[in-house]
Write a protein that binds this ligand. Structure first.
Ligand code: UT7
Length: 323
């Protein structure tokens, strides 16, 4: 017997405003064709002016709780993966806690940029397996539209806003790879690559700043590192790519998603793809894809899923779970 962190609920929220690629043609030297062929993105959602990350996170959390048939009273901890919290402090997670009317337990944010949800899932699993929490709400929520430089065509066309959430619950398993729940994780970072993807501002430098990215360099690292981290995580429980039902990747670029699947020897039929509709929503992209994948009828109970992501830091990693 072994404790496992099992997904018992999933949900998401996307802001109302949908912005198609063509919108950028009005202000930038770009085209729908360039954005589609280079990134796979067709449209993205942008939060309303008065809508914050914790607003999106709260709505995704409510949807995940409803899906689980639980209320906030059943939750012991909330982790929000985000790089775009409403305020410098307190954490977005404590704001969600208050909005859900939850006065017990604890809440905190995890910041590992686009790999944030993978890091948050791994942390939630550790809290559950060490007996510190029985049920954890794990949320990825972002408003990257707030840190775009709208004059920089190489970045501002790529990102979007949104939130997704999972409820994880401690359940007993057999201790084998057939168990439902999180089976393995693999986390990595290498701070030497800071300059490839960063925001040129922050509290300590006294500005908000804008996202800066050397896209083709990040692309090179992504193709090299994502299949490897996924295979490392699978190997930890004696599995390999041939056991995988669904890759649920970070949704940054369709060409990275295709390249990773190819390296893993899996067809695109085994990949949940949402990048065309959401753009890159950083830490929100994986829980959004899990929620949409379930809604579409792709992800079913018992399926073996590997999620993988890379982003600023660089930070990257993977989580293997049975749905
Ligand atoms: O989520 C965190 C991790 N982030 C990622 O995984 C993003 C990884 N990178 C990428 O997705 C891709 O590198 C991009 C989509 C950002 C760019 O695609 P690329 O094939 O790597 O293009 P590139 O950066 O090498 O640029 C090719 C050309 C350049 O022009 P020159 O120098 O060849 O004349 C750019 O100036 O495309 C130009 N370009 C654009 N043209 C039209 C860059 N952005 C645009 C644009 N519209 N929006």
């Amino acid at each position: 017997m072994a404790g496992r962190s099992v997904v018992v609920g999933v949900g998401h929220y996307l802001p109302e405003r949908i912005v198609p690629n063509a919108e950028f043609e009005k202000t930038l030297d770009t085209s729908d064709e360039w954005i589609r062929t280079r990134s796979g993105i067709e449209r993205r959602h942008f939060a309303a002016e008065d809508e914050t990350t914790s607003d999106l996170a709260t709505k995704a959390a409510e949807a995940a709780l409803a899906d689980a048939g639980l209320t906030a009273e059943d939750i012991d901890a909330i982790i929000v993966a985000t790089s775009t919290a409403d305020l410098t402090f307190p954490s977005a997670a404590t704001m969600v806690q208050a909005r859900l009317g939850m006065t017990q337990g604890f809440a905190f944010d995890v910041q590992a940029v686009c790999a944030g949800f993978v890091f948050a899932l791994s942390n939630a699993n550790a809290l559950i397996l060490s007996g510190q929490a029985k049920r954890v709400l794990v949320i990825g929520a972002e408003t990257f539209s707030r840190i775009m430089d709208w004059t920089d065509r190489s970045t501002c066309v790529l990102f979007g806003d949104g939130a997704g959430a999972l409820v994880l619950e401690l359940q007993e398993g057999e201790g084998t790879a057939q168990d439902r729940g999180i089976l393995a994780t693999d986390l990595n970072s290498d701070g030497r690559y800071k300059d490839l993807l960063y925001v040129d501002g922050g509290v300590s430098t006294q500005s908000t700043g804008h996202l800066r990215m050397q896209g083709n360099q990040v692309f090179r690292h992504a193709v090299e590192k994502l299949a490897k981290t996924a295979e490392t995580a699978l190997g930890r429980v004696g599995l390999d790519s041939s056991d995988v039902d669904w890759i649920v990747p970070h949704q940054a670029n369709i060409r990275i998603i295709q390249g990773t699947a190819k390296k893993m020897g899996l067809p695109m039929d085994n990949v949940v793809v949402t990048v065309q509709d959401h753009g890159n929503t950083s830490a929100a992209s994986i829980p959004l894809a899990l929620s949409v994948g379930k809604q579409r009828g792709q992800i079913k109970s018992g399926d073996l899923i590997v999620t993988e992501a890379i982003g600023g830091g660089l930070a990257w990693g993977a989580v293997v779970l049975r749905w």
